[in-house]
Design a protein around this ligand. Structure first.
Ligand SMILES: [Zn+2]
Length: 280
């Protein structure tokens, strides 16, 4: 969707509200109050719709991310549009500049939209899946480097070749932590590609086929076995998240990761704006 398309589709508040109403109630058959045929009319002075039979009122924004917000729906929709066309994410500063709200409000709006992009239960990955861990974040100089550094967060990434991705933060790199995550997110019988990290050597015991490359021996490709996709994804995440946002706290990092996964998983054959809107 181009910016022109967007403007044409959502020119004012009433049309945005109507969009939400349609989205939530277009399949409703009967009035929840009088049980007669669902026929509601817009109440002009309010952000609500009224039953033609019993005058029961419905507020379509209730239960959505727009509830209790004083920001115009047009601004919300435009921010969602920005998220949908951005490759690297949208910072609170950018939202503040674009829709003219306070930084605090912009930050809140951004996180509400991220919550949408993080919702729902994705299907399990299958085919050939590359699995790898990496460290992310941390701005403090000095101190311990690499694994065990206090200011870093450890991530576990699972990616289908040319397909979907799922990234999760890890409290540690133990088998007891990693294996349940793999079982919850990858279909049994899948071919899992990893590097030589010891934990993965027992992958067949939980029903995966295992192929590995030995990076410590300068081996990057072993027939069909390689982990280039996940390594490419790591580098994109690091560039994008930390290029867009000057600082992401470990507490909020999972939401940004989910946003990034969402973008990757909807990159082909989806209208991103509609995909986010589906979740309001
Ligand atoms: Zn009614």
């Amino acid at each position: 969707m181009t910016y022109k398309d967007f403007q044409k589709k959502f020119p004012d508040e009433n049309i945005c509200l109507e969009y939400i109403f349609q989205h939530k109630f277009s399949n409703t058959k009967e009035c929840p109050s009088c049980k007669k045929k669902f026929k509601y009319y817009r109440v002009k002075s309010r952000k609500s719709y009224e039953c033609g039979e019993c005058s029961h009122q419905i507020y379509p924004m209730k239960g959505t991310i727009f509830e209790d917000s004083t920001t115009a729906l047009c601004s919300w929709f435009f921010t969602i549009y920005l998220f949908s066309v951005s490759k690297n994410g949208v910072s609170a500063k950018e939202i503040q500049r674009q829709i003219g709200v306070t930084y605090k409000c912009a930050w809140r709006i951004g996180h509400k939209i991220r919550t949408l992009m993080n919702s729902g239960t994705p299907t399990k990955l299958n085919g050939i899946v590359e699995v790898d861990e990496t460290l992310i974040g941390g701005r403090v100089s000095g101190g311990k480097r690499g694994w065990g550094a206090e200011n870093k967060t450890c991530l576990l990434g699972m990616i289908e070749r040319d397909g979907k991705v799922k990234v999760i933060t890890l409290p540690n790199r133990e088998r007891e932590t990693i294996f349940p995550i793999l079982e919850a997110n990858i279909e049994k019988g899948t071919v899992v590609n990893t590097d030589e990290f010891r934990v993965y050597s027992t992958l067949p015991t939980i029903g995966f086929e295992h192929q590995k490359v030995n990076h410590s021996k300068y081996q990057w490709k072993n027939g069909d076995a390689y982990t280039n996709s996940i390594e490419g994804y790591w580098s994109n995440i690091k560039k994008s998240i930390f290029g867009t946002h000057t600082f992401v706290s470990p507490k909020h990092l999972p939401k940004y990761l989910g946003e990034f996964d969402f973008r990757h998983n909807h990159r082909k054959g989806f209208v991103m704006f509609d995909e986010i809107m589906k979740k309001i």
